[in-house]
Ligand binder design. Sequence first.
Ligand code: NAP
Length: 361
Amino acid sequence: MSYRVTLLPGDGIGPEVTKAMRACVDATGVKINWDEVIVGAPAIEKFGTPLPQAAIESVKKNKVAIKGPIETPIGKGFRSVNVQLRQELDLYACVRPAKYIEGTKAVNTKVDIVIFRENTEDLYAGVEFDVNSPEAKHLIQEINKVSVKKVREDSAISIKPISIFGSERIIRYAFEYALKNGRKKVSLVHKANIMKFTDGLFLRMGQKIALEYAGKVTFEDVIVDNMCMQLVQKPELYDVLVLPNLYGDIVSDLCAGLVGGLGIAPGANIGSAAALFEPVHGSAPKYAGQNKVNPTATILSAVMMLRHLGEMDAARRLEKAVCDVIKEGTDVTYDLKADRNDPGSVGTQEMAAAICKKLKQ
Ligand code: NAP
């Protein structure tokens, strides 16, 4: 059997880590026809847009895609291509496992957490109005008419929509995952003590859905600031986390840090019509073109993709090959060495070659 998968190399370190990933997936023997489409900086150069329609059409057609990171200008310029892709394709569930791998510089060896981040709403919805724009002025006037709390006239505005529909489907997805994968507890993370309507709605949906899983999956809710401290001190207490978009983004980087850094943290964005796999890390522009960064996060994202395709044996073999190479600690990138300046660290493609070699042993 062969598959057609969209490959979006991205920019910065994206082309390097996706090249390494592709070599490893091909070495498993699973036949994949890669439909490669440029996005990000190279697409701006060629087509004048970071997200050509061809990229969206390809993912819609193939239903499965894997991508490298894409840079987003900070505080100006075009909107995040990553966020646009998730919204255009309605990839509502961002799934990010954080699990200890022997040989990494993990802060805590007992971490085994799967994070479910809502991917389409919250402050990421892209409903924003710049300071002094006619839209912001109009909105502020209207808000000040109906709200006891007044908004200063010289404010920029970002809207935080959290819906019943959006909350229900991500929370249900997290519970279903827990049930199917023998996970014991779902912790819902929020700030409903302050944002009583938006986070309050997310929490109430969690409490309601939890009743359907009573006796099978335990439910608790934790306030996000406390959760950050708990995760640093006692991560072994947590199993499945479900969070609105912004907290999910921040807490998943925290968990990546706990297990040894962004270089090894994989992710998936799942919707009802398509699935897009990508590392948690960004485009790390300072390392672009240096064949230096760790390809593990992208390769483990491909492991998640192989499982999604039903290629369980190939997924298991590739994951084991990655873990074996990391455990041996020889053919690994700088971030996995005890000393980051270790001259014995290898490059991105060399680490991938060592993983391919393990697959064939
Ligand atoms: P970043 O690219 O994730 O890099 C932050 C740091 O994480 C790096 O300096 C490096 O740490 C470490 N790191 C990241 N990837 C690594 C890898 N493969 N191997 C080893 N270490 C790795 O975060 P950023 O610098 O904040 O963001 C850069 C750009 O990426 C921004 O434009 C941002 O918007 C974008 N971004 C894109 C995505 C996406 O495409 N999904 C996600 C997040 C951010 P050391 O310096 O300690 O070596």
